[in-house]
Design a binder for this molecule. Structure first.
Ligand SMILES: C[S@@+](CC[C@H](N)C(=O)[O-])C[C@H]1O[C@@H](n2cnc3c(N)ncnc32)[C@H](O)[C@@H]1O
Length: 235
């Protein structure tokens, strides 16, 4: 089965948006892990005067993580799914936060065109058809010296991490998703993680896109060896 992409993926997220926050709040450490990845941007002065981009912001959990580390920043959240963004917009945000509906592939031609001091992308890159092209665009949208934090399921390459991923997905997540008629999206989640870059391959991808000071940092708990934060800079 082909991975879900573009309009099909946006439509699957539209449907799943109804239960997305319930699902993620039941996932141990979901918010804390995002906040750790946002903190790893090392933004100074509470983000005062900085302009930040949250790519694939979904229902805004990653946007909230950015604001937790940079409460004074201006933040633009971009997502292709109208349903996910509707949930995000319903939450309470400072005036300096705005949401734009667009595929990240259209960055460079939409109103969210920066330049930005930092970009955060959580659980996005694995979903796009051409991650290299998206990374090159992110690089272009950053100020020189600007930073990126990419929070992504990227397996370590060790068999025990693949096995744990399969056990969590097949034992817990996919049965629950079937009850909510989101089976296709969560099958996509399961397969896309197994098929996507391992952590070292993704770090190399960032270097190829022109990023420097690339670091791959682990997440704690059951996600060790399954989810990483990649921090890097535009020279
Ligand atoms: C797994 S959710 C993560 C949401 C949020 N970042 C979080 O951490 O909770 C992935 C989000 O990426 C969005 N997305 C996937 N592919 C996209 C694309 N090509 N352009 C824009 N958004 C995309 C989906 O609509 C979805 O809201």
């Amino acid at each position: 089965m082909e991975p879900l992409r573009d309009a099909d993926l946006a439509s699957a997220f539209d449907h799943a948006s109804r239960t997305y926050d319930v699902m993620t709040s039941a996932s141990p450490g979901y918010g804390a892990h995002l906040r750790r990845s946002a903190r790893r941007l090392g933004l100074p002065d509470g983000g005062a005067g900085l302009s930040l981009l949250d790519l694939g912001c979904g229902t805004g959990t990653s946007t909230a993580a950015l604001l937790a580390t940079a409460p004074l920043a201006t933040v633009t959240g971009v997502d292709a799914s109208a349903g996910m963004l509707a949930r995000a917009r319903r939450k309470s945000w400072p005036d300096r936060v705005r949401f734009v509906q667009a595929p990240v592939e259209h960055l460079g031609t939409i109103e969210a065109d920066g330049p930005y001091d930092a970009v955060f992308a959580a659980y996005l890159l694995r979903n796009v058809a051409d991650p290299d092209a998206v990374l090159r665009t992110v690089h272009r949208l950053l100020q020189p010296g600007g930073r990126v934090s990419i929070h992504e399921y990227t397996l370590s390459g060790r068999p025990e991490n693949r096995l744990l991923w399969a056990a969590v997905m097949n034992g817990l997540v996919r049965p629950w998703a079937r009850l909510n008629r989101d089976a296709a999206l969560y099958r996509h989640l399961y397969r896309s993680v197994l098929d996507f870059d391992t952590a070292d391959v993704f770090a190399a991808r960032l270097r190829r896109a022109g990023f420097t000071r690339v670091r791959c940092l682990p997440q704690p708990g059951w996600q060790t060896g399954i989810t990483h934060t990649f921090v890097a800079a535009r020279p």
